[in-house]
Design a protein around this ligand. Structure first.
Ligand code: GLC
Ligand code: CA
Length: 625
C-alpha cells in the first residue's frame, strides 16, 4: 500500500515567475483532495483592501499567510462573479466576469498564483442550474423568443408543469413557476423567482456552460464546487431531482475536465440522502470526485444534544461505500442555513426546538446560525464538534470565522447573519476595513459575547490556549496521519450509548477516536481485542496509554471529552521530554510573526499593513492600473 503523498515539485519549471507554484507538478497528484483541509471563504466578508466597506480579492490576497499558517490546503470561494447580489452572488449575471467591487480578472489571477505559491489550492463555486434574471441570456430570452437565446430557459404557457417538484425556498416562494410580463409566459425556477433555471435540454446551453467552466480552468483553478446540481433537468411525473440526464451531463463535464485539466476536482452540492448522493460519484468514480455529506451534519448536532451516538452511528451505517477515487466533504456550518431537509419531521422539530429557540433563527427548512452560538459558545462542545469534523471519514470543509468562534446576527435578512465580516482585530470594523463603519456592506458582529472587540484573530493568536491555536494544532495532527483522509472507518460499539468510538485504518496508520457526546464524565469499555499488544498513544501530547490486552479496554472521558489515539505496534518509543510542547512553541512563534507582520491588521494598503511581507502587492487598489 502506498501513501497518497504528492511527488516533489521541481522548482523552476512553472510559468509564474513571481509566484512560483509550490504544488506538485500537474498530473502527479490527482487525489490531493482526499487529504486536503478545505476552507470556505466569502470574498465579500474576508478583508477589504480599498476601504469601501466590501471585502475584495486583493484583501484576501493579504490574508493568505494567515490561511497557510492555519493549515488550509484548499480555499473554496463562493461566487464572486458579476451579479445583482440578490442571492449572495448565486444569482450570476456573467459567468466570466468578476464583480467590479471585488476586483478584476487580473486580481483573481494574482490570487491563484499567490495561493499556489503557498502550496494552497483553490476551488470556486459554479452555479450551473440557474442565472440571475439580469443575465443577458435571460434578457434576450424573454424579449426575443425566436432568437438565439429563446430556448435558453424553461418556458411554459401555464404554471401547471412538473407539479411534483418541491419548493426549496419556502420562506419566499410559493411556486416554481413565475409569469414573465415581457414574454407573457411562465419560466421555471427551483430557487428565487429572480433566478430562472437554464434549459439543459438545449445543447447550446450545455456548450455555453462548458465554455464558462473552461474559462476558469484555464486560469488555473483547482476545481469547482458545483452548486445545486440535482436540478439541471426536469421530467414530467418525477420530482425533477437527480434525473439520469443530469448525471449524464455531469459525466460529460468530468470527461472534459479529466482530459484537458489534470488534478482538478468536482465537488458536488447535492442536499440529498446518502443513497441519492452516491450517484453523483458515478458507478466507477466517473462523475464528481467529491460530494458533501449533508445528512451527517444535522445528526452531529442531534447526537450531542441528545447525548447519544445513535443518530451518527445510524447515518454512517446507511452511508454506502464510494468509489476508491472519491471522497466525502464533511462540514459543520457554511454560508447557508443549517439545512434540515435530510432528517425526519420529528427530528426537524427536535432540532428547531433545541437550536432555534427564537423564530428569527429559522430560515426555510433550517437554522441560520453559526457554529459557536449554536453550541452556546461552550469551548468543550466546540472542540468536540471540531474533532468530529476532522476525524470522521471525508475531507473537512471549515467555514471562515468558525476557527475563532465567530457569532452571528439574527437581525439581518435571509442568510446574511452568518456572512458578516471576518473579525481580525479589536480595531475599527474589526480590522476588516478602514472604511466609515456606516459604510460596511454588512455590520460587524458587535454583541457583548461575540463582538469583534472580544472575538478576533489577534486576541486568539496571542493566547496559545485559544480556539484558533487549538484548531491549528488539530489540523497539523490530522496531517501527520493520512488515515484521517483515506483510511477505512469502523465503529466500535460499547454499552455506553453516549460514547462514539471508531477506528480509522490505512495500512499501518491506525487511529482510534473516542468521543463523549455527553456533558458529564463517562466511562467506556471497548472491545479492542483485534489490536491486542498495540499501545494507544494520544495524538496531541504523545502520552502512552496502557497496552491493549484481551480484556475490555477501559477509558474515562470528561464531559464532551474526546481522544485521538495512534495504535502503534508493538510498543511506541518512549516520549522525549523536550518534545513536550513542540506544538505550542511552533505555533506561538509563527503567531508572533503574523502579529508582527500585521497579517491580522486592516487589509487597507494605505495603512501599510497588507501583511504579505516580501510578497505584498505593490498596488493593492484594484482598477487603477
Ligand atoms: C445553493 C447555495 C445557496 C444558494 C442556492 C441557490 O444551495 O449554497 O446559497 O442560495 O444554491 O443558488
Ligand atoms: Ca473593497
Amino acid at each position: 500500500m502506498t501513501l497518497p503523498v504528492p511527488a516533489q515539485s521541481t522548482p523552476g519549471t512553472g510559468e509564474q515567475s513571481a509566484n512560483q507554484s509550490a504544488l506538485p507538478p500537474p498530473g502527479s497528484d490527482p487525489e490531493w483532495f482526499k487529504r486536503a483541509v478545505f476552507y470556505e471563504v466569502l470574498v465579500r466578508g474576508f478583508a477589504d483592501s480599498n476601504a469601501d466597506g466590501i471585502g475584495d480579492l486583493r484583501g484576501m490576497l493579504g490574508k493568505l499567510d494567515y490561511l497557510q499558517w492555519l493549515g488550509v490546503d484548499c480555499l473554496w470561494l463562493p461566487p464572486f462573479f458579476a451579479s445583482p447580489l440578490r442571492d449572495g452572488g448565486y444569482d450570476v449575471s456573467d459567468y466570466t466576469a468578476v464583480l467590479p467591487e471585488f476586483g478584476d480578472i487580473e486580481d483573481f489571477k494574482e490570487l491563484i498564483g499567490a495561493s499556489h505559491s503557498r502550496g494552497m489550492r483553490m476551488i470556486i463555486d459554479f452555479v450551473m442550474n440557474h442565472t440571475s434574471d439580469q443575465h443577458p441570456w435571460f434578457q434576450a430570452s424573454r424579449s426575443d423568443p425566436d432568437g438565439p437565446y429563446g430556448d435558453f430557459y424553461v418556458w411554459a404557457d401555464d404554471d401547471t408543469g412538473y407539479a411534483d417538484a418541491r419548493i426549496i425556498f419556502v420562506d419566499t416562494e410559493s411556486s416554481n413557476w413565475t409569469f414573465d410580463p415581457v414574454r407573457k409566459q411562465y419560466f421555471w425556477h427551483r430557487f428565487f423567482s429572480h433566478q430562472p433555471d437554464l434549459n439543459f435540454e438545449n445543447p447550446k446551453v450545455q456548450e455555453a456552460i462548458i465554455d464558462a467552466l473552461r474559462f476558469w480552468l484555464d486560469l488555473g483553478i483547482d476545481g469547482f464546487r458545483l452548486d445545486a446540481v440535482p436540478y439541471l433537468f426536469e421530467e414530467e411525473g418525477t420530482n425533477c431531482e437527480n434525473l439520469p440526464r443530469t448525471h449524464e451531463f455531469l459525466k460529460k463535464v468530468r470527461k472534459i475536465v479529466d482530459a484537458e485539466y489534470p488534478d482538478r476536482v468536482l465537488l458536488c452540492e447535492a442536499n440529498q440522502w446518502p443513497a441519492d448522493v452516491v450517484e453523483y460519484f458515478g458507478e466507477n468514480g466517473d462523475e464528481c470526485q467529491m460530494a458533501f455529506h449533508f445528512p451527517v451534519m444535522p445528526r452531529l448536532f442531534m447526537a450531542v444534544r441528545r447525548e447519544q451516538r445513535f443518530p451518527i452511528s445510524e447515518i454512517m451505517a446507511q452511508t454506502p461505500d464510494i468509489p476508491d477515487n472519491c471522497q466525502w466533504g464533511v462540514f459543520l456550518r457554511n454560508h447557508d442555513e443549517l439545512t434540515l431537509e435530510m432528517v425526519t419531521d420529528e427530528e426537524r422539530d427536535y432540532m428547531w426546538g433545541e437550536y432555534a429557540k427564537d423564530p428569527r433563527m429559522k430560515a426555510n427548512i433550517g437554522i441560520r446560525r453559526r457554529l459557536a452560538p449554536l453550541l452556546d459558545n461552550d469551548i468543550d462542545t466546540l472542540e468536540l464538534f471540531t474533532a468530529l469534523l476532522l476525524s470522521l471519514p471525508g475531507s473537512p470543509v471549515m467555514y471562515y470565522g468558525d476557527e475563532i468562534g465567530m457569532g452571528d446576527n439574527i437581525w439581518l435578512g435571509d442568510r446574511d447573519g452568518v456572512r458578516t465580516p471576518m473579525q481580525w482585530t479589536p480595531d475599527r470594523n474589526g480590522g476588516f476595513s478602514t472604511a466609515d463603519p456606516q459604510r460596511m456592506h454588512l455590520p460587524l458582529v458587535a454583541d457583548p459575547e461575540y463582538g469583534f472587540q472580544v472575538t478576533n484573530v489577534e486576541a486568539q493568536l496571542r493566547n496559545s490556549n485559544s480556539m484558533l491555536n487549538w484548531i491549528r494544532t488539530m489540523i497539523s495532527v490530522r496531517k501527520q496521519h493520512p488515515t484521517f483522509g483515506v483510511g477505512s472507518y469502523a465503529e466500535i460499539g460499547s454499552r455506553n450509548p453516549t460514547v462514539l468510538s471508531f477506528v480509522r485504518e490505512f495500512g499501518d496508520d491506525v487511529v482510534l477516536c473516542v468521543n463523549n457526546l455527553s456533558r458529564f464524565p463517562q466511562p467506556v469499555e471497548l472491545d479492542l481485542r483485534r489490536f491486542e499488544g498495540y499501545t494507544p498513544v494520544e495524538l496531541t501530547g504523545r502520552v502512552q496509554f496502557p497496552q491493549i490486552g484481551v480484556l475490555p479496554y477501559m477509558l474515562t472521558l470528561g464531559g464532551h471529552g474526546f481522544y485521538w489515539f495512534e495504535l502503534s505496534k508493538p510498543a511506541a518509543p518512549a516520549v522525549e521530554e523536550e518534545e513536550e510542547d513542540w506544538e505550542t512553541t511552533a505555533s506561538s512563534s509563527v503567531a508572533q510573526s503574523l502579529l508582527e507582520a500585521g497579517v491580522v491588521g486592516p487589509a487597507d494598503s494605505s495603512s501599510g499593513s497588507g501583511g504579505l511581507g516580501a510578497e505584498a502587492p505593490t498596488n493593492p487598489t484594484h482598477g487603477e492600473s
